[in-house]
Design a protein around this ligand. Structure first.
Ligand code: ADP
Ligand code: ZN
Ligand code: ZN
Length: 797
């Protein structure tokens, strides 16, 4: 048999299948196996993407060297998926295969002792698992191992292991028969009290061994030295066995919590249910206002899937993958749930991923990359908050989780449910066309009316405290809520203290040396910071250009607003949540838990706090400046603004008390802001579709963005014009080619960016032309040029 392998070398020349002969001792290799192969003079890792009996290769094929994992990490479905994706998104296949696995699965060789025959596998010492020889230091154990080798019961092998350490725990096996222990006990010195205790336990509890070291130490109150001594005496054998890290272990299951669906929920659920039971690949768009109980519909659908012995995959945006959401799923489905997101440690992610692969978890909740969860037999895929831009990966491979979900739903013949209060225009338009089935939840689940939303026009307003951030009206409203012991959420989509430093004499603005963007003042660290590349520098005392001392800090950020509120409302206790306060693992959860307990009156934060949170005591939501997201130079800035305002407004008045929302803006007439006041998605959709139609933007046109980057600005511009020329000769009306133009932020991390936007309705050859451009770009790479191709970009910088 011959293995078809994609090797782990990302380049144009290696982006194809290489064939290897399968030696008989590696005949357990399968599609999806990770293998080690000779490649030129090196040994490299690769993935088996096919098996065949014949080859057209003329020479002699080389042999596979090693199969890395006991179980192939990829399923045949994922292997097939990678092939399709590589075509669609202009990525090397190996890059896609790698991104399907937990990041920590990178090659690293390890020496192990493996049992040879079935008899050896049955030995309690092995328990069917190989032993890591790198970890064996105990002399007695080494003697024992040598004996096994002599007796041909085990062999030494080298395997490629992951950098992620499996977490292990010491377990102690009995090395003697019971009657031998009786004899030892009887001959023991009377003074050896601790050893007596251990021997008594061995005699009384002989069948309960092997026992965990921790357990022995705690229950018998003996030290590790006693156990070590027992090993030296030949009573016990120690073995490290793996334990799974479980990020959800602190959560309790509460299977009895049953909620009866209301009318809208029930009819939505019925539709999804019938698709699940008929094994239908079908996409639903579940459109329900905030608080309408979409989550409950998902949970019912997941239950239905489990009842029919299939598995369920649920994606949630990173940002709203809150402890609250995870808890709900965990409460309902207990230990069948695995969770995958960036707040987990690398080890936790690796363990959760393997639980899924080994079919020990049937429900997966996770962020974007969880769309590649190696689930078998999928019966349902859910994407909550489907409009979120975080589902699109901005770096290579530039995939959209929604597109991958559609491919997987087709493979598994299962429904895909896209849920949102503010669906992306693209999805809503598809539902309008009948490509998706639209399901609507029209009212809040607990019959609470939507909060009252008022706009505060910053052009005609009295500001509090001599600053230009908080209106008197907003400050008074905050005070009133605090007096009633109710809570407040404040949104400001910019972290830091002030957004830029300006010299009043010469107009100089301090910018990042690597990026074409102004530095942000951070008061707590007393530094100027670049929010794009992380560059920091100290605060200049005088203007670097004219030496003037008249330096001013303009604009605002979460740190500054925190300081202002502390001054204006001294009784307020404030929790701040932004990138700066949530760097440490677990800090996100800590802040939310603290707010949930009522430790603070105000939760102030960036868009991190806008979504998914459900705090019953929050009755006021304030938006400090609604205009920040309108000013982003992207065709979908209005959509993002409407979405953000609607979502954050939905955090108010979720329980018994009625909510109030105050939005400060300089643009109260703008339709995205005005319509968020009435939370009228339908009206917004109609208006925005008009705007997109007139501008030839999605969903009326498809878009592809070609970005050209170089340290040398002229080289980038020149290459961009060459690419444009090539596109012009091959593409025709009504396709529109815009640019090349410098990106709105021309320079990022010392690279200059130029971009070309292709807008088209139907271009059957575009894919091929872009692949050609990408191949040419491979040559240009040597001249320091990088070309990126992004289908349906979410952001146009
Ligand atoms: P959404 O995700 O649509 O914003 P949620 O799923 O968070 O809304 O539901 C809002 C609240 O309504 C939650 O507290 C939830 O427990 C509750 N809820 C959902 N469905 C029902 C129901 N059928 N009856 C009563 N309460 C419900
Ligand atoms: Zn100056
Ligand atoms: Zn920078």
């Amino acid at each position: 048999m011959i293995a078809q392998v994609i090797v782990d070398v990302a380049s144009k020349q290696t982006d194809r299948i290489f064939e290897y002969n399968i030696p008989s001792q590696l005949d357990d290799v399968a599609i999806g196996s990770r293998v080690v192969v000779p490649f030129g003079r090196r040994k490299v890792q690769g993935f088996v993407v096919g098996l065949s009996k014949t080859t057209s290769f003329q020479g002699k094929l080389k042999d596979l060297l090693l199969v890395v994992d006991e179980m192939p990490p990829l399923t045949p479905e994922l292997v097939k998926l990678s092939e399709k994706m590589a075509q669609d998104i202009f990525s090397y296949r190996i890059t896609i295969l790698q991104s399907m696995l937990p990041q920590v699965m990178r090659a690293n060789y390890r020496k192990i002792l493996a049992p040879i025959d079935d008899e050896a596998k049955q030995m309690p010492y092995f328990q069917g698992e190989p032993i890591d020889l790198n970890k064996v230091t105990d002399l007695k154990e080494i003697v024992f191992i040598k004996k096994l080798l002599r007796q041909n019961k085990a062999k030494v092998e080298y395997i490629v292991e992951n950098k992620a350490h499996k977490k292990t725990e010491a377990v102690f096996y009995l090395a003697k028969e019971k009657n031998e222990f009786i004899e030892i006990y009887e001959n023991l010195r009377k003074s050896a009290k601790k050893q007596q205790i251990l021997l008594l336990d061995i005699l009384n509890d002989y069948n309960a061994y092997p026992k965990r070291g921790k357990q022995l130490q705690e229950e018998l109150n003996i030290s590790s030295a006693v156990l070590k001594n027992a090993i030296e005496k030949g009573w016990l054998l120690k073995k490290e066995i793996e334990v799974y890290r479980n990020p959800l272990q602190h959560l309790k299951s509460d299977f009895h919590k049953k909620i009866t669906l209301n009318h809208d929920q029930q009819s939505a659920f019925d539709e999804i249910k019938s698709a699940i039971n008929q094994n239908k690949s079908k996409t639903f768009l579940l459109e329900g206002i905030t608080g309408s109980g979409k989550t409950e519909v998902y949970l019912h659908a997941i239950q239905e899937t489990l009842n029919s012995n299939r598995t369920a995959l649920m994606l949630v945006p990173e940002i709203s993958l809150t402890p609250q959401m995870v808890r709900q799923v965990k409460e309902r489905f207990g230990s069948s749930v695995a969770v995958l997101h960036s707040a987990l440690s690398a080890g936790e992610k690796y363990d959760e991923w393997r639980r899924i692969r080994r079919k020990e978890a049937q429900v997966v909740v996770g962020a974007r990359s969880a769309i590649f969860a190696p689930l078998d037999n999928i019966g349902l895929i859910v994407i909550d908050e489907e409009h979120e831009s975080s589902y699109k990966q901005e770096d290579n491979p530039r995939y959209h989780a929604r597109d991958v979900a559609i491919l997987r739903s087709k493979f598994h013949n299962c429904p895909l449910v896209l849920g949102s209060a503010t669906p992306s225009l693209a999805s809503r338009a598809r539902a309008q066309k009948g490509l998706y089935e639209l399901l609507k939840l029209n009212e809040r689940a607990n019959k609470k009316s939507l909060p009252e939303v008022n706009l505060i026009d910053l052009k005609h307003v009295e500001f509090a405290g001599g600053q230009f951030d908080l209106s008197v009206e907003l400050v008074e409203a905050i005070k009133a809520k605090i007096a009633k012991k109710e809570q407040v959420i404040l949104l400001l989509n910019r972290r830091g203290f002030a957004s830029f430093m300006l010299c009043r004499d010469c107009g100089f603005v301090l910018k990042c040396p690597n990026c074409d963007i102004s530095l942000t003042f951070h008061k707590d660290t007393q530094q100027m910071q670049c929010h794009y590349c992380g560059h920091t520098e100290s605060i200049p005392r005088v203007c670097p250009r004219c030496n003037s001392r008249k330096i001013r800090f303009l604009g605002t950020g979460t740190q500054k607003v925190q300081e202002e509120i502390t001054e204006l409302v001294p009784q307020a206790k404030i929790l701040r949540m932004d990138v700066d306060t949530t760097r440490k693992k677990g800090s996100y959860k800590r802040i939310l838990d603290s707010f949930g307990r009522g430790d603070a009156n105000i939760l102030l934060g960036t868009q991190m706090i806008a979504k998914g949170l459900d705090f019953p005591n929050v009755t006021l939501v304030g938006v400090i400046n609604a205009d920040t997201s309108l000013q982003i130079p992207a065709y979908n800035a209005s959509e993002k603004t409407f979405d953000l305002l609607t979502q954050v407004a939905g955090r108010a008045g979720r329980a018994d008390k009625t909510g109030q929302v105050l939005i400060q803006t300089y643009n109260p007439e703008h339709y995205a802001i005005k319509l968020s006041q009435s939370q009228d998605y339908e009206a917004f959709y109609r208006h925005e579709m008009q705007v997109r139609y007139q501008g030839n933007y999605p969903p009326f046109f498809f878009t592809t963005l070609v970005s050209i980057a170089s340290k040398n600005e002229q080289a980038a511009a020149k290459e961009a014009f060459l690419i444009k020329r090539k596109l012009m000769t091959k593409l025709h009306q009504p396709t529109i080619i815009l640019g090349p133009t410098p990106s709105s932020i021309t320079k990022i991390k010392n690279q200059y960016y130029y971009q070309i936007l292709v807008k088209y309705k139907k271009e059957p050859h575009l894919n091929q032309i872009l692949h050609e451009i990408q191949d040419d770009a491979q040559l240009a790479k040597k001249r320091g040029l990088n070309v990126y191709i992004d289908n349906e970009p979410e952001k146009i910088i």
